[in-house]
Design a protein around this ligand. Sequence first.
Ligand code: AMP
Ligand code: MG
Length: 319
Amino acid sequence: MKKLRLILSLLIVLALFSGLFVRGLRQNKELTKSEFLFDTLCTITTYSKSDSKAIDKAFDESARIHRLADFFDNQSDVSRINNAKADDAVTIDADVMNMLVTAGEVFQKSNGAFDITVAPVSSLWDFNSENSAPPGDSEIGVLLPLVDFDALTLDVSNMTVAKSFSDMKIDLGGIAKGYAADRAAAVLKKYGVKNALIDFGGNIVVLGKNPNTKDGIWRIGLQTPYAATGDYSEILEISSGAVVTSGTYQRYFEHNGRKYHHIIDPKTGYPSNQDYDGVTVSAESAALSDCLATAVFVMGKDKGTVLAAEYDAQLYFLP
Ligand code: AMP
Ligand code: MG
């Protein structure tokens, strides 16, 4: 009896291994790995001859960006900026400076719709609990004057940043996932990966050709907000670059029959009220697409379309 069970288990193990082996050959060494970073699921899939070292190195780099940008970790560069006093020159990592520079450019071009200094006000909101309630108007009103990217001084040659007011805070939640996805792509390339798909919580970067299609084109389904998984509003076809979506459905709560979501209008301190639930942007880099998706969401269809055109970015509003 025992012997029979042993033989049966061995047969099952053998069957499993041969299945994996055949699948591996068929799919041209498709390797997928996921990690939980930036409060979301981050997945890298590579199609190449290289081993899993490239993916591991790409995740190491993504985790490093996460540590630098982590709002809740006292040691992060973001926290060191947030805890600094007015006019203190805080030395930061070059990657944080890159994010600040891109965020600053989109702040200017979006007329303040994208503003990483929204943090004092956005911290009043808790979008992670279903039972949250909105903060009071007066609480928001008191902190709103602290929201102004122009009150940050970036010194790119000395790699420092200074705030005009001690109570100013920054939050890189609207750019860090995209930036990390770009960095992950750069690391994969460095380790010889030619074809890959990076998806950091809806911040997508494609590298090379899609080996699963004849034309090598990547087809990215844009999920219809609040619909079942796999219900797509649009299938986007891209051969390079990034696709990033910002939506109301990613973090929100309902209170007294009203929905409050995590994309804040820096002018009001309240969630940006629009007649769509998501914005998808496809531009050269994911960091830029990430900023633009949030910015366009807040700006609305008309002004958002003008901004996207300035960057040659494709734009989709999700119903
Ligand atoms: P995303 O996840 O890219 O849609 O960006 C939303 C995140 O960015 C929020 O969870 C906040 O951390 C931050 N954020 C919210 N509103 C803004 C805004 N108007 N400008 C910049 N960052 C924002
Ligand atoms: Mg964004």
